[in-house]
Write a protein that binds this ligand. Structure first.
Ligand code: PMV
Length: 323
């Protein structure tokens, strides 16, 4: 009997964004997406058999709504298992949580993998991706390493909405340098914000229609290691996602002034000949993709910008694994 299991998962950052659901209870995406899984930052999660459900994050006990979301997810997984007792979760991130740094992607991927081991549900990588998706849409992608594609799927039960690897992290050694533009947690969570966007933004439909062609084109750019082409797609996907959110009523604006400064800086660096492009998630930080050989230059250029709170250098990395 497996009494405890520990899993490590890395966050992933979308090159072509996911923003909007086709089914809220099953957490099914309205369109596909494409991402890079990042080594250099990670979530480590241990799941133990226990008398009751409880959870800690970074050594602090978590109660209330945040914990209930996780327990509800685990109860659903546990319905597949013969084990009927409680579970204790001990998780920690080596990067800021809930700041728009994709902590839910690594969080639910690590949790699903560790829970699968303790509950002995013996899931395939595809099943693990489906279950991670139920926890958080982007987590489906963190099960796999390198460049990963998430399928929107068509089935109403969501069994075809899972991620798969396009190429591993060695195909095109890429870095993602994160410029932290503030400290603290993001003002609105991604689930409520994307549902509000689909309910009220006149740009939501056009945004969703733009995603499948962008995924297709980005995969072509990646296969051909064509950075200029990839940069064009990555930036337009990010800006269209945020445009759809900004056009909601009331509008959702994750950026601060420095976010915009960093965008301009990245474009100036590119004009100066450096292969860089930016993306932004549900928070104010800016993630900058570049070749691993340019990582130090990009780090220095971002760290030098007045107001930047710090830079975190990450690289394409592996999928989730048990330790
Ligand atoms: O996984 P969620 O529900 O937190 O959604 C993530 C949404 C974005 O990070 C903004 C985009 C993406 O594709 O990761």
């Amino acid at each position: 009997m497996t009494e405890r299991a520990t899993a490590i998962a890395h966050p992933n950052i979308a090159l072509v964004k996911y923003w909007g659901k086709r089914d809220i209870p099953l957490n099914l995406p309205a369109a596909g997406s494409l991402s890079l899984t990042l080594a250099g930052i990670r979530t480590r999660t241990t799941v133990l058999r226990a008398d009751a459900y409880s959870m800690s994050l970074g050594g602090e006990e978590i109660v209330g709504k945040k914990a209930e979301r996780v327990f509800a997810f685990l109860r659903r997984m546990q319905a597949l298992s013969e084990y009927k007792g409680g579970l204790r979760i001990e998780s920690d991130n080596d990067f800021p949580t809930a700041a728009g740094l994709a902590s839910s992607s690594s969080g639910f991927a690590a949790l699903t993998l560790a829970a699968d081991a303790v509950l002995q549900t013996e899931m395939s990588p595809q099943d693990l991706s489906v279950w991670s998706r139920i926890g958080s849409g982007s987590a489906a992608r963190s099960i796999f390493g390198g460049i990963v594609e998430m399928a929107a799927g068509e089935r109403v039960d969501g069994t075809d909405a899972y991620a798969s690897q396009v190429v591993d992290e060695n195909h095109w050694p890429m870095s993602c340098v994160i410029a932290l533009t503030t400290t603290g947690e993001k003002p609105y969570g991604s689930t409520e914000a994307m549902n509000h966007t689909s309910d009220t933004s006149p740009y939501f439909g056009p945004w969703i229609e733009s995603v499948a062609p962008d995924v297709h084109e980005a995969k072509t750019a990646i296969m051909g290691r064509d950075f200029a082409h990839l940069a064009q797609i990555v930036e337009r996907s990010c800006l269209r996602m945020h445009a759809s959110a900004m056009a909601a009523d009331p509008g959702i604006l994750y950026w601060n002034g420095l976010t915009v400064e960093v965008i301009h800086h990245v474009r100036a660096l590119r004009k100066g000949g450096l292969g860089v492009c930016f993306t932004i998630d549900a928070g104010p930080h800016v993630k900058v993709f570049c070749a691993q050989s340019d990582e130090d230059k990009v780090k220095a250029a971002l760290a030098d910008l007045p107001g930047v709170q710090g830079v975190i250098a990450t690289r394409g990395g592996p999928g989730a694994y048990l330790v």
